[in-house]
Design a protein around this ligand. Structure first.
Ligand SMILES: *[C@@H]1O[C@H](CO)[C@@H](O)[C@H](O)[C@H]1NC(C)=O
Ligand SMILES: *[C@@H]1O[C@H](CO)[C@@H](O)[C@H](O)[C@H]1NC(C)=O
Ligand SMILES: *[C@@H]1O[C@H](CO)[C@@H](O)[C@H](O)[C@H]1NC(C)=O
Ligand SMILES: *[C@@H]1O[C@H](CO)[C@@H](O)[C@H](O)[C@H]1NC(C)=O
Ligand SMILES: *[C@@H]1O[C@H](CO)[C@@H](O)[C@H](O)[C@H]1NC(C)=O
Length: 382
């Protein structure tokens, strides 16, 4: 009895330890491998088959495999039905969700004709997917979506004229609480334009990294000098919890040169951007009184300065709302005269606020309904 009590206590303590120092509770993450006949684990995540989430469509295997297994199957929707949808359950206690969908054509139909189609969420248009972009490589669309109290996210694939047959390879959702991106408007949807790890490789969720929201920090390609081995601190002390491995490397400019970052923005209309800059803490050296202070300009407009606060604290700067329009956003970080160190940046995220009030109905059904009404009117006139 006593022994069992001890074992219980020890295992409880171990569990508590591991849950605080290790990764997040992934049991509530949804990772759906569309088109897969079975559920499977990749040591990190459980990928579920999509049988429980969608009632229409065909399961297909891609022609050319990729290294990520979830991209090697897809579900295609040849019927163009209004039920070409996935219903993904939502936890009521989450404030927002990260929703990421993956596409990889891989010539699954042998036609070498990657389709273009519309993606809808909860009956509102999310975006148009052109699967011939990204040089035929797998790609994602990701949004931060508010939890409006419905039980499901309804994600639908809608054919467009001459666009071909819609398909999808993966759906991932992660519930997030209000401290993450807390400057975002409560009821708004944000489209991820880019999330970059400067000076290092792509970082994803892994038990050995502390990425706790299943975000993907893609590798940044710049001409600036990479700095690695920066001292790391527990991510929870920085806004938005950037993983340690993301903050451990950065890019730095030469002497008084500015850092200029150019982000492609596919939509040309003016929109509201949410930009987060992650600047690492100062490095201990024998030089006392180091300072890093940089001036931020976005598309030529002054956005104030950022100071590296000191040791053991990253500087996370959020600029929102910033009005931007395509084809690019240009961010310049220049050295303030008094700064003893040149500009440095470890990571960046850029979102744009989506206008979800347009086109409440899918075009086809809408035009079908319209023609019925027209026909009815014509009949009434006659
Ligand atoms: C297409 O629609 C027909 C008739 O409703 C149905 O039997 C079939 O399963 C559908 N095919 C797919 C791939 O959804
Ligand atoms: C998709 O992108 C390709 C490559 O940029 C382009 O040629 C094609 O017209 C696009 N398709 C549609 C339907 O917009
Ligand atoms: C968000 O939407 C809910 C329900 O539609 C509404 O009650 C609430 O006032 C909205 N909040 C904000 C900040 O707009
Ligand atoms: C930065 O300075 C180093 C040494 O002074 C030089 O070799 C290098 O070309 C410079 N890099 C850039 C991007 O100007
Ligand atoms: C560092 O800063 C302190 C306080 O501002 C100053 O008194 C000291 O002279 C500075 N040391 C150096 C080496 O600049």
């Amino acid at each position: 009895m006593k022994k069992i009590g001890w074992i219980f206590l020890v295992s409880l303590a171990l569990q508590l330890l591991s849950s605080s120092s290790r990764g997040p509770d992934t049991s509530r993450w949804q990772s759906i491998d569309c088109g897969s006949e079975r559920s499977w684990e990749d040591r990190l995540l459980t990928w579920r088959s999509d049988y429980d989430y969608s009632q229409t469509g065909w399961n297909k295997l891609v022609g050319t495999n990729t290294t990520r297994d979830e991209f090697n199957t897809l579900r295609a929707f040849p019927n163009g039905s209004k039920d070409d949808c996935y219903n993904v359950p939502i936890d009521a206690d989450m404030v927002r969700y990260i929703i990421r969908v993956g596409f990889y054509y891989g010539n699954y139909d042998g036609l070498s004709k990657p389709p273009t189609f519309d993606l809808f969420i909860n009956n509102k248009k999310w975006t148009t997917i052109n699967t011939s972009l990204n040089e035929g490589e797998p790609f994602y669309e990701e949004i931060i979506y508010p939890n409006k109290g419905s039980e499901f996210f309804k994600i639908c694939l809608v054919q467009i004229q001459d666009g071909g047959i819609p398909f999808i390879n993966s759906i991932e959702t992660v519930g997030i609480f209000h401290t993450l991106y807390y400057e975002m408007d409560t009821n708004a949807t944000y489209n991820l334009v880019t999330r970059i790890n400067f000076g290092g490789p792509e970082v994803r969720y892994h038990p050995l990294t502390d990425e706790r929201f299943n975000r993907i920090w893609s590798k940044g390609y710049t001409t600036y000098a990479n700095v690695s081995g920066l001292p790391t601190i527990y991510a929870a002390t920085s806004s938005n919890y950037p993983p340690e491995s993301v903050m451990a490397d950065a890019i730095e400019s030469n002497a008084s040169d500015p850092i200029t970052l150019t982000i492609d923005l596919p939509q040309f209309t003016p929109q509201s951007a949410f930009i987060v800059l992650y600047i690492p803490q100062l490095v201990y050296t024998n030089k006392p009184n180091q300072t890093r202070s940089l001036k931020i300009e976005i598309d030529g407009k002054d956005q104030g300065t950022a100071d590296t606060i000191g040791y053991n604290e990253n500087t996370v700067v959020t600029k929102y709302p910033v009005t931007v329009s395509g084809p690019t956003i240009n961010i310049t970080l220049s050295r303030v005269n008094e700064s003893s160190l040149p500009p440095m940046i470890a990571a960046m995220e850029v979102f744009t606020k989506l206008d979800m009030n347009v086109s409440a109905a899918a075009p086809e059904y809408f035009s079908f309904a319209c023609s019925l009404i027209l026909l009815f009117m014509l009949l009434s006139v006659a």
